[in-house]
Design a protein around this ligand. Sequence first.
Ligand code: AHG
Ligand code: MN
Ligand code: MN
Length: 333
Amino acid sequence: MKRVSLTQYLVEEQRHNNSIPAELRLLIEVVARACKTISHSVSKGALGDILGSADTENIQGEVQKKLDVISNEILLEANEWGGHLAAMASEEMESIHPIPNRYPMGEYMLLFDPLDGSSNIDVNVSIGTIFSVLKAPDGMGTPTEEHFMQPGSAQVAAGYAVYGPQTMLVLTTGNGVNCFTLDREMGSWVLTSRNMTIPETTKEFAINMSNQRHWHPPVQRYVSEMLAGSTGPREKDFNMRWIASMVADVHRILNRGGIFMYPADMRDTSMPGKLRLMYEANPMAMIVEQAGGAATDGRQRILDIPPHKLHQRVPVFLGSKSEVERVTSYHAA
Ligand code: AHG
Ligand code: MN
Ligand code: MN
C-alpha cells in the first residue's frame, strides 16, 4: 500500500481541488502536531505526572484535570507563532486568546476542546481533542468574542484526534471526511480511510441512560421505542453504547453508524444540554454532515444555530441520518 501522509494529502487537496489555502494547510499541520504531543503525554499516564486533578475550575465550574490544562497549553503554544491565526478560544479558558503582538496575525480563528472525555483520563479509556476553524471577518482589527459568533455552517475546517488503542485524526475541510492514523515510530499521520460515510441504518444508540427520569417527552418516546426491541414499533432489537467521551462515541458512529444524544432535560432550564456549541457540537456536526449523517439540537440543524456566547451549551442529536430525522420529528410532533 502506498502511504499518503497528512502533509501529502493536504498539498494534493490544495493542488487539485484548491480547497485548502496555504495558511489553512499550515494551521491543520500545526494542530495535528499539537495532537501528536498530547497523544504522547496521554500515553505516559502515571509515568508522566499527567493523571489526576489540577485543583482548578474552568469557566463552566468543572474541576480541571491536569491533562485538560496540559493539552490546552500545548495547543496554545503550538498555534501562537505560525502567523496563521488571529485568535483562539478554548473550552478551558474564560475569554478568547488573541495572538500576542510579537507575532504576525493570520486570517483564521481556532476553537478547541483540548481534552474531551476528561472523566476517562484516569481510567485509561479513549479520550480526544476536538477543533473548529473559522475565518476572521474582513477588516476585523482587534479580535473580540463577537468575531467568533458565527454559525457552524461558517466553519472552514473541523476535526478531532482520538487517543485510543490507536491515535487517529479525523478531518474535514468541507470536502468529505478523511481519517489518519498516527505512525508512532515515524511520528507521522498516515491516511487510512478516505471519504468516510456513516452507514444509513443502525441498531446502536448512545445516551447517558442515568438521566432518563429527567428527559423531555420526545426523547422518552424515541428511546423507549428502541428499548421495546423487535416486538415494539421499531421491529428490531437495538444495542446501547456510552463511552462518556464524545470523540470516541462519534468515532464509532462514523465507522459503523448509530445515533449519539445529549439532550437538554428538565433539571435546569438555564442549562440547555451539557455539550458546548462552539467546541463540541459545531465541529462534530460538520464532520457528521460531511460524512452523510445529520446533526440537530432536536429542532434545528446544529450548523444553523446563531451563537450568542462563547461557552453556550446545546442539546445534541447526531449520527445516522434517518435516526436523527426521526428523533427530530418527535420534537416537532
Ligand atoms: P469534557 O471532558 O470535554 O468536559 O466533555 C465530556 C462530555 C462528552 O465528551 C461526553 O459525551 C459527555 O460529556 C459525558 O457526559 P456524562 O458524564 O453525562 O456521561
Ligand atoms: Mn468535551
Ligand atoms: Mn474538555
